[in-house]
Structures are given as C-alpha cells and as structure tokens.
Design a binder for this molecule. Structure first.
Ligand SMILES: C=C(O[C@@H]1C=C(C(=O)O)C=C[C@H]1O)C(=O)O
Length: 181
C-alpha cells in the first residue's frame, strides 16, 4: 500500500463532515478553496507550473462497503473507486478518493473509467451538464493546525459521483499570501 493511502485514507474515513455554514471557514481565505463549486484542478493549475495527477489505485468496490451516508448520496450500487494524489510542481497537494457508481459509467460517461492520470475535473467540468452539490467539510487536524477535507457530489448528465478530498500540508490553501486569481 502506498504511503498516501496508508496515511491519508484513515484521515478521510475519520472526517466528521459538516455543512460549511456550521464551520469557521466562511469568510476566510482558504474557505474559498473549500467552497469552490467549479473545478479544483483548474484552480490548482493557476498556482503552479505543472499540475499532475498520480493514480494510486483504481478498482471496483461492492455496494456493501459503502457507508450509509455514501449510499444516501449516490445510491446502493457497486462503484468504481479511484484514488489519486494531485500535485503542484511534483509536490503532493491533495489526496482524493472518488466513488463512481457503475450506473454512472454508462453512455457518454463510460470514459470516466479510463481517465488514468488525467484529472477528473478536466473531464467533468468541460461538460455543460456538470454541477456540484452536497458539499461538506471537515477539519481532520487540530484547531491550531487544521487539515481540511471536503466531500461533494458531482453530477454529469444527471448521474452522480462522490469526491472526497484531503488538503495536504503543502497545498496552496494554507499559504497566507495567496495571489488571488
Ligand atoms: C473533481 C475535480 O477533480 C479533481 C481530480 C480528481 C481525480 O483526477 O481523480 C479527483 C478530485 C478532484 O480534486 C476537480 O477538479 O474539481
């Protein structure tokens, strides 16, 4: 198991998700990152020279392994599980875990299983039917040293997928002086 999965998967699993208005992020600089409804990949691209995705794992996961929460958001169906690390100039910024229901991998969306190291956001947000909802956030670190995570549901042609992202220490969201683009 890679160090990313070993370290970060338990952190995401432990997240106590909260609606953004119940947290302290509204009005903060990093809050804009967590509340981004458009592509996070596109936003990251503007903060580095080379934005890359490394595919850590991809495989099928049976419906029994979904949490009740996940089932309520994407249905009680077998899924494709995709785990990646998003990197800016080679530095790990985000660990992301995406559940794509098999019922979403139909028609035009079959290509979602073949993304490889192409950022999911590049595929999803070029589609005019794309939208994001059910956004929740969690601090899986401490009050003094927060480690932010968020989970949101994406829709493509009215078919859902569920993305959970853990913002690692070097991610630009923690930098105090952000160039705002
Ligand atoms: C959903 C987006 O795509 C990003 C890319 C991912 C991937 O390639 O698997 C996963 C999560 C996202 O952070 C986005 O850009 O908003």
């Amino acid at each position: 198991m890679s160090k990313f999965k070993q370290l970060y998967k338990p952190m995401l699993d432990s997240a106590q998700w909260q609606a953004p208005d119940q947290t302290v992020i509204e009005g903060t600089e990093f809050g804009h990152w967590l509340l981004e409804l458009d592509s996070l990949s596109r936003r990251f691209e503007r903060h580095c020279r080379a934005f890359t995705v490394s595919l850590e794992e991809q495989g099928q996961i049976s419906r029994e392994r979904l949490t009740d929460d996940e089932r309520a958001l994407i249905g009680d169906v077998d899924c494709l599980l995709r785990k990646v690390v998003l990197k800016g100039d080679g530095v790990p910024w985000v660990f992301a875990r995406t559940l794509i229901p098999m019922t979403t991998l139909t028609g035009q969306e079959q290509d979602l299983a073949q993304l490889g190291e192409m950022p999911l956001g590049f595929r999803v947000f070029t589609d005019r039917t794309a939208r994001r909802d059910a956004l929740v956030v969690a601090n899986v670190g401490t009050e003094q040293q927060p480690v932010w995570a968020r989970r949101s549901r994406l829709w493509l042609n009215d078919k859902p997928l569920l993305v959970a992202e853990l913002f690692l220490q070097e991610a630009p969201i923690y930098k105090e002086t952000l160039s705002w683009k």
